[in-house]
Design a protein around this ligand. Structure first.
Ligand code: SF4
Length: 254
């Protein structure tokens, strides 16, 4: 039986009506609730708990988008998290409804770590990936052991997800959070460049400086923050570090 995408419900942490940093143009950003990773630099630990947030339907979210449709011209709709891949049926229904909107196709962007991708059950993600226009993919660390320490999870799923996106030729913008002493060494940035060289569908690279604005959330939630003594990253260094990654990527692809 065909499921009406508008009736599908998911757990949502919050909705940002006027996002400008999660995809091109002005966007409505739906933050899904629940994440299987535990990144030391996460500034949204309040999105981790799968039982948190509130149940919301695709219809409610689409209605909210349509109320401000004119504002989103040149932009669109992003799902972020938490981890949207942990609710693939919900995110898939939302993107399908966005593409099939009677008022015109809405550009869709998936902001994900890939951490909930399940290569043994790719059919769960079919609708979502078929209706995704752009993926913002977080690559957190190039080294497997450091990745495990940083995120509390192996990187295999993430690399497998990136391989799947590449096989589908889905445009991917890679994002990498630069943390002083953890992900900012020239060696790590060159390794990152080599790692992403294998994917032809990478259309951009954003290096995001680590900031400490999430610390009060850890205190409020009583969660120990592993980076509480780590200073913020200097934003002015992003250009120079980005060049390092891009040079290593180009060398690897030569
Ligand atoms: S994947 Fe994102 S939401 Fe999940 S812990 Fe890492 S930074 Fe936080």
């Amino acid at each position: 039986m065909e499921v009406d995408p508008l009736a599908v419900r998911g757990r949502v942490h919050s909705v940002e009506s006027f996002g400008t940093v999660d995809g091109p143009g002005r966007r409505m950003v739906v933050f899904c609730q629940g994440c299987p990773l535990r990144c030391a630099y996460c500034h949204n630990p309040d999105t981790w708990d799968f039982a948190g947030g509130s149940e919301t339907s695709v219809a409610e979210l689409l209605e909210r988008f349509e109320r401000n449709r004119a504002f989103y011209r040149g932009g669109g709709l992003t799902v972020s998290g938490g981890e949207p891949l942990a609710q693939p049926e919900f995110a898939g229904a939302l993107f399908r409804a966005a593409h099939e909107s009677p008022r015109g196709r809405i550009h869709t962007c998936l902001d994900s770590s890939g951490g909930a991708w399940d290569p043994c059950r790719p059919e769960r993600f079919e609708e979502l990936l078929a209706h995704t226009d752009l993926v913002l993919l977080d690559i957190k660390h190039s080294d497997p052991a450091a990745h495990r320490w940083l995120c509390g999870a192996d990187q295999e799923r993430i690399l497998s997800f990136a391989d799947e996106l590449s096989a589908r030729r889905l445009p991917v913008l890679v994002r990498h959070v630069v943390v002083p002493g953890i992900t900012d060494s020239p060696r790590e940035l060159r390794e990152l460049g080599r790692l992403i060289a294998r994917w032809d569908n990478v259309v951009g690279l954003d290096l995001l400086p680590y900031h400490t604005m999430g610390l009060p959330k850890y205190e409020r939630l009583g969660i120990p923050c592993r980076l509480k003594d780590t200073p913020p990253m200097e934003a002015s260094r992003m250009g120079e570090l980005r060049e390092l990654v891009l040079r290593a990527r180009a060398d690897e692809r030569r």
